[in-house]
Design a protein around this ligand. Structure first.
Ligand code: ADP
Ligand code: MG
Length: 349
């Protein structure tokens, strides 16, 4: 069956860029979001504003498309499962269930795949923190719903534990703080068994736990490059993943590679692929979930991408750009501190 309408759950910039890629492939998009101001509505053909628990609206949404995908991982599992019983959801909701929780995600990486992460422990009380103090200095992270550094607390020593007030209604993990040499990401689109397109590792710079810059090529050894690519293949193959996935990595000062987290979706660090490659991470995702042809993905240019966060956007909205500079404004209604408002990609000609 050929697919003519794609449903996208989530209405942020990732949803918008997916809708744009779908449009270029003549696929109609309907975005479903619980945010009335969701920026993706500017780029989708249709927009449904509704709660993720509103069965009737979700039903109508599912019935009006051929296949469904999502642009962020924090969608309740029950919602995706329900929708999946009406129309196919890709990637499979069971994958999202593992990856939307930092504890099950890390257990999967370490115990199932035998790939390294930083040391971590499940934390449900202050006593658990004291009991795991060998992980300090560390970062306490909520097991679910965190993004862009939200829900994270740096804890330096036992004294800090006594001082901080934490809502233990929520569940956490404590991760050992790693002195980073670099951060990397590998984006892979899997179309089926042993069938994928992989982008070369991207080097990422974070400020205040938010991605600030990404660039290709990453300045890393051949070994790190090959290992990170192989891990991304192993992860996507093991999950029987369909679509675009991103693996975030930490590299320590001794060049040891650790998986930080896995995003079951297109990723901010891959925005540069719109201008650096013949096929972007968005187009590859649409091709995979809509069962279109896999096209050999090639780099055309080296590139650097800069995230425009908060007030940064004002300057760029009035700037003139050179031929090799590509400005993206997510057209978000309100400027907020630490909110990703747009990005700029500069390609090397
Ligand atoms: P998010 O879901 O918010 O992206 P991450 O776990 O990726 O959460 O953390 C965001 C950023 O915070 C990372 O990219 C990294 O820069 C920093 N960070 C997170 N965990 C650690 C750690 N254990 N050691 C050192 N830096 C960390
Ligand atoms: Mg991250």
């Amino acid at each position: 069956m050929s697919i003519s309408a794609l449903g996208i759950i989530g209405g942020g910039q990732l949803g918008g860029l997916l809708a744009e890629a779908a449009k270029n492939l003549n696929i109609k998009t309907i975005v479903y979001s619980d945010d009335a101001d969701a920026p993706a509505q500017n780029l989708a053909d249709e927009f449904i504003y509704g709660n993720y628990k509103d069965e009737e609206k979700l039903n109508n949404f599912a019935k009006s498309v051929d296949v469904i995908t999502y642009e962020f991982e924090n969608i309740p599992f029950e919602t995706l499962k329900k929708i999946n019983s009406i129309k196919k959801v890709l990637p499979d909701p069971n994958i999202n269930k593992i990856l939307q929780n930092r504890l099950s995600e890390k257990n999967f990486i370490v115990k199932k795949l035998n790939i390294s992460t930083v040391s971590y422990a499940s934390i449900n009380s202050k006593n658990d923190l004291i009991f795991n103090s060998e992980l300090l200095p560390g970062i306490l992270k909520t097991q679910t719903l965190g993004y862009d550094g939200k829900g994270q607390f740096k804890i330096n020593n036992i004294k800090d534990i006594k001082k901080i007030s934490i809502d233990f209604q929520k569940k956490y993990i404590l991760e050992k703080f790693l002195h980073l040499k670099k951060e990397l990401s590998v984006i892979i689109t899997r179309f089926g068994p042993q069938k994928y397109e992989i982008y070369e590792p991207i080097e990422n710079l974070h400020e205040d736990q938010i991605l600030k810059k990404s660039k290709i090529p990453a300045e890393i050894s051949i070994e790190v490059k090959n290992n990170s690519i192989n891990y991304a293949k192993t992860i996507s193959e093991n999950l029987k993943y369909i679509g675009t996935l991103c693996v975030e990595f930490f590299l320590d000062k001794k060049d040891n590679l650790y998986v930080n987290e896995i995003a079951p979706r297109v990723h901010n660090s891959g925005h540069l692929t719109i201008n650096s490659h013949n096929i972007s991470q968005f187009e590859n995702h649409i091709r995979a979930v809509c069962a279109l042809d896999k096209i050999e993905t090639k780099k055309l240019h080296n590139a650097i991408m800069i995230n425009l966060i908060g007030e940064d956007i004002n300057f760029y909205r009035n700037k003139k750009f050179k031929e090799n500079e590509f400005f993206f404004d997510y057209l978000k209604k309100n400027i907020k501190k630490k909110r990703k408002m747009g990005h700029l990609t500069i390609i090397e000609k």
